[in-house]
Design a protein around this ligand. Structure first.
Ligand SMILES: Cc1ncc(COP(=O)(O)O)c(C=O)c1O
Length: 406
């Protein structure tokens, strides 16, 4: 046999086929994985037992007879969690999705056609960028500084597009713990962003995937959605706050948009058992859990920064994040990070190369993103040392590691 006999019947314009999963490398610094030691196993067992005793029989019905927006208990929890972000909404404004990735897909399905233009932060979530490129949308990159989108630059982009008769479909922003930079947009910048976007009649698509994981007593300004429900759509996730394998996220939006999103959905709703368990667990333990998780993540970030400084010295410029699970950094211009991916993989290291997290790849040739959540502190130290060794072997950089010339 030579495999499926009818590949001549495959639809045209399919995305590239998936590679078969080959397991994870030892030093896995990619993706948005979480800390395995902080999955609250006992708490989830107790929550599952309690939820199943209370509501298990409802699983006999699609959506557990709670309709297309998701489990009411989980929507109640999202409503209370949204309050922390300044959002005053009702359970009717919330749609539970299969991860916030599905919320992105549904919003895109409702708003976008091939050839449409969208504005993204110059460095942004790779999954969002790749989906847009695949679907044939034009991405315009808005420059970032350490406080998020630069409003002067955004205003110029909007003016320029308007001059060309182009109406962008949305401005996608990750204002609270930006991915990949880890910055938090201050309040006045959020207000300016909203002002300029509404002036030009462009909706804001706000992604708060990492907003629960802020450390050092920093309090983020309210979500942009809280300032204007008519011009903003808001999404969040349980992946980083609890566990990505659960596949639970949510969208908070006006019914006009949400009803169309539900119409585009074809999966008969997200798994209700997960929703019941998370609702039960987080209604009692949310604050304790995110405090412990954030503190642990901060400790791992410090370990990674120390290791990078020791191994790469002044050759690395990290953007210190204010929360989350990623460290975004730049190596000297001579380093082409795409050329390091394979040699690093051969040494058991997985990293996210900057060009995959940038709207315009060339701007980030020497940048990379490392996730510090999954690996232990020891693996972080070893993995960063290995990365410096591979990088030196391939590029001659870093010249010194741990005060020793290589
Ligand atoms: C900014 C951002 N939004 C959305 C997602 C999608 O995550 P999930 O579908 O697991 O909620 C990710 C994943 O890493 C992300 O970084």
């Amino acid at each position: 046999m030579s495999g499926f006999a009818y590949s001549n019947l495959f639809a045209r314009n399919l995305p590239a086929p998936a590679a078969r999963f080959g397991g994870y490398p030892k030093y896995n610094f990619i993706g948005g994985h979480n800390d395995p030691t902080l999955i609250p196993i006992e708490g989830l067992i107790a929550a599952a037992t309690s939820a199943l005793k209370k509501e298990g029989s409802k699983l006999a019905m699609y959506t557990a007879a709670q309709g297309s927006q998701g489990h009411l208990g989980l929507r109640e929890f999202v409503k209370s969690k949204a309050k922390i972000r300044g959002i005053d909404c009702s359970t009717d404004d919330i749609l539970i999705t299969a991860g916030s990735g599905q919320a992105i897909d549904l919003i895109n399905a409702v708003l976008l056609e091939p050839g449409d233009t969208v504005i993204l932060e110059e460095f942004s979530y790779g999954g969002a960028i790749s989906k847009l490129k695949r679907e044939g949308q034009k991405i315009v990159a808005a420059p970032l500084d350490e406080e998020g989108i630069r409003i002067d630059a955004l205003a110029n982009i909007l003016k320029d597009l308007k001059g060309k008769g182009i109406a962008p479909k949305y401005i996608y922003t990750i204002p609270t713990i930006q991915n990949p930079t880890g910055s938090i947009m201050p309040l006045d910048r959020r207000q300016q962003l909203l002002k300029v976007a509404t002036e030009y009649g462009v909706p804001i698509f706000e992604d708060e995937c990492y907003a629960d994981l802020i450390w050092g007593g920093t309090v983020a300004p309210p979500a942009i959605y809280s300032m204007d429900r008519d011009h903003v759509v808001h999404i969040g996730s349980f992946s980083k706050t609890l566990a990505p394998a659960l596949r639970l996220g949510y969208c908070i939006a006006d019914w006009k948009l949400m009803s169309q999103m539900i119409g585009c959905r074809s999966d008969s709703g997200s798994g209700v058992l997960e929703q019941m368990v998370v609702a039960e667990y987080f209604s009692q333990h949310f604050g304790d859990h995110v405090d412990e998780l954030s503190e642990t993540l901060k400790g791992k970030l410090d370990t990674m920064v120390e290791a990078l400084e020791r191994e790469f010295g002044t050759a690395v410029e990290p953007w210190t994040p204010k929360g989350g699970i990623f460290l975004w950094m730049k190596l000297p211009d001579e380093v082409d990070i795409m050329k390091l991916v394979q040699p690093a993989a051969a040494a058991g290291i997985a990293l996210n190369p900057g060009p995959e997290w940038a709207c315009e790849g060339a701007d980030s040739k020497s940048r990379l993103r490392l996730c510090f959540a999954l690996t232990s502190k020891e693996e972080i130290r070893e993995g960063v040392a290995e990365l410096a060794r591979v990088c030196h072997e391939q590029t001659g950089i870093p010249v010194r590691s741990g005060n020793v010339t290589r």
